[in-house]
Structures are given as structure tokens and as C-alpha cells.
Design a protein around this ligand. Structure first.
Ligand SMILES: Nc1ncnc2c1ncn2[C@@H]1O[C@H](COP(=O)(O)OP(=O)(O)OP(=O)(O)O)[C@@H](O)[C@H]1O
Length: 308
């Protein structure tokens, strides 16, 4: 479990992480989202004790990272800027890490197999492709069999195979009861991977909610309706104060559920040939949320409401 309480980081006059409160729970994948420069990496670095908070605190399993007796066994991390000795093989890189943390040699082979690097483990890490490098980074994170995993943009630059692999790995690690926090810019990717989302913008918390709720709560949810009496139904809906826009021979209705539209049509003896609820994509829901964060940045933020 990761808990941030009023976590704040300033650089000079600039507040890049602004009184963040959140809890990352075990057993699910938590996506950490935000536009460029939102403060995701800085937050992750503070969780890992690499940056010092200016205010507030963040704990892993109730302790500051620096106070964890065996950090590699509790928290595994993949940060964007990885440092691997390019002349060393993947095997020797992991072995060196294992030796300095009291981890057995057999565990090294285990993580190599787990991340699918068995065939290239003896090759120089410097010659690795981006995808292989990511796998090696994940192998390092998993070496101590930690209960908490923190991954900063793990799918960045990966091909579809690599993305699918990471997606399944994260889900499996969460299903084993681990705490998994993963940052990404890719909303579509998070929709397929994360169960829960923490969204930040300009260092402030914008949303902290299950992913299904984010999509469902998007104001853009609409219903597509096909009827032989388009203009009659359109008039009824707009007269009732809702929106019914022409959409390729159909009506795109917002403000009413499919059931309400069906009932309205029946009451007015209008036949319906199609009634299709449209879910806003995660991308749309995210854009709506982050634009609000900009709108509210001078006063009370949505984040402060949702964090309360
Ligand atoms: N060492 C530093 N000194 C000054 N400013 C910094 C420092 N590190 C980060 N920042 C600033 O803090 C802000 C947040 O950066 P951060 O990297 O945490 O955001 P991010 O959400 O991870 O962005 P991205 O998705 O682009 O990686 C940015 O405006 C960045 O320029």
C-alpha cells in the first residue's frame, strides 16, 4: 500500500506536486495519469526516496522508503531514466544487483525467464533494443520479489507485442496481491490495463476513481437513435430541453438514457430502429477532466473535492 499525505514538491517558485493525497491499494493495477509535466515522475521519485518532499509525506507499507529495512524486497521500480552498465550482460547486471542485496543466483535466472530474456541474457545490455531494455528493467524491479511495483511509462516506445506482454504481466502481478502503480500518457492503454486511476494535472489531484466510473461519469455519454421519423423525435427531445444532433442519418442524443428515449418514443407512437448507448472513450473522459483542472487551477480544484 502506498499512501501520500499532502505530498508537495516545489522547485524554486514552482510547485510541481501540490498537496497530493492518495492511496494505492494492493490487488489491483492503479494507473497514474496526467498530461506532460503534471508531476507523475516527481511523485514516483518521492515515493522511492529519490526526491525529498518539500511538504507532506509518502509511505510504502506505512514507512518512508528510507526506513524500509529491505527496500528491494518491498518495492520494485522501473523509472524512465534507467542506468544499466552497457558493457555488462543482462545476467551479470542482475547478478550484481542480487549479490549486493542478498538475493540468490537462482532468483536471477527466474526473473530472466519471467521477462522472456533467456535467449539473450548473456549478451551485452548495451546492444539491447528498447523493448529488451524495458524487460531487463522489469526483471531488476522483480528481483527482490517485492509486494509493491512502481513503473514509470513502462510501455513507452514498445511494439504491440511488448505492450501486450507488460499489460498481462501487470495484471498478473496485481492478481497475486501486489500493489502496482503504473504511469502512462496512453489513456487507451490504461483502459485495458488499470482497474483504478489516479489523475493529476499541474501537480494537483484531479480524480481518484475506478476506471469504469471515469468512463461512465463522462458528460459526453450519448445515445445513437435511428427512426423513420427523425425530425419528429428530434423536435420532441429538444422541446424537452435535451440535445439531439443529426449524426449520419441518426440522432445523437445527450442528456437522456436509452430507456428514457425508448419510453418517450413509445408514448408518441414513434418507431425506433436503433437505440445504441455510446460510451465516451477514456481519452475523451480524460480530456474533459484535465481541461477542468486548468479551468479550476486558480481556485478550488476538483481534486480537492474528490480527495475529501
Ligand atoms: N529537478 C528539477 N528541477 C526543476 N524543475 C523540475 C525538476 N524535475 C522536474 N521538474 C519540473 O516539474 C514538473 C513536473 O515534472 P515531472 O517529470 O514530474 O512530470 P511528468 O508528469 O512525469 O511529465 P512527463 O509525462 O512529461 O514525464 C515539470 O514542469 C518539470 O519541468
Amino acid at each position: 500500500m502506498i499512501q501520500a499525505q499532502s505530498l508537495t514538491k516545489t522547485y524554486g517558485q514552482k510547485t510541481v506536486v501540490d498537496r497530493l493525497n492518495f492511496t494505492v491499494r494492493p490487488g489491483i493495477v492503479t494507473g497514474f495519469l496526467g498530461p506532460n509535466g503534471a508531476g507523475k515522475s516527481t511523485t514516483m521519485r518521492m515515493i522511492l526516496g529519490l526526491d525529498r518532499p518539500t511538504g507532506g509525506l509518502v509511505t510504502v507499507n506505512g514507512k518512508l522508503y528510507a526506513d524500509l529495512p529491505a527496500p528491494l524486497h518491498e518495492v520494485g521500480a522501473l523509472l524512465e531514466a534507467r542506468s544499466v552498465h552497457t558493457g555488462r550482460s543482462a545476467y551479470h547486471h542482475l547478478l550484481a544487483l542480487a549479490k549486493t542485496h542478498g538475493i540468490t543466483t537462482s532468483r536471477v535466472q527466474q526473473v530472466i525467464d519471467l521477462v522472456g530474456l533467456s535467449d539473450v541474457a548473456r549478451k551485452r545490455a548495451g546492444a539491447f533494443s528498447l523493448g529488451m531494455g524495458q524487460r531487463l528493467g522489469i526483471a531488476s524491479a522483480l528481483l527482490g520479489d517485492p509486494g509493491t511495483l512502481i513503473l514509470d511509462e513502462p510501455v513507452n516506445g514498445l511494439d504491440p507485442d511488448g505492450i501486450l506482454w507488460i499489460r498481462n504481466l501487470l495484471k498478473n502481478l496485481a492478481a497475486e496481491g501486489r500493489t502496482v502503480l503504473v504511469s502512462s500518457h496512453l489513456m487507451s492503454e490504461m483502459a485495458q490495463t488499470a482497474d483504478h486511476l489516479i489523475v493529476i494535472g499541474k501537480g494537483k489531484l484531479i480524480a481518484d476513481l475506478p476506471i469504469a466510473e471515469l468512463i461512465a461519469s463522462s458528460s459526453r455519454a450519448s445515445v445513437l437513435v435511428r427512426t423513420p421519423r427523425t425530425s419528429d423525435l428530434q423536435r420532441l427531445i429538444t422541446t424537452a430541453g435535451y440535445t439531439a444532433a443529426d449524426h449520419e442519418g441518426r440522432l445523437q442524443v445527450t442528456g437522456l438514457t436509452a430507456q428514457q428515449i425508448g419510453d418517450l418514443a413509445l408514448a408518441n407512437h414513434i418507431a425506433l430502429h436503433e437505440l445504441t448507448p455510446q460510451q465516451a472513450s477514456l481519452e475523451e473522459a480524460f480530456m474533459a477532466l484535465t481541461s477542468e483542472s486548468v479551468e479550476y487551477h486558480g481556485g478550488t480544484t476538483l481534486g480537492e473535492k474528490s480527495a475529501a
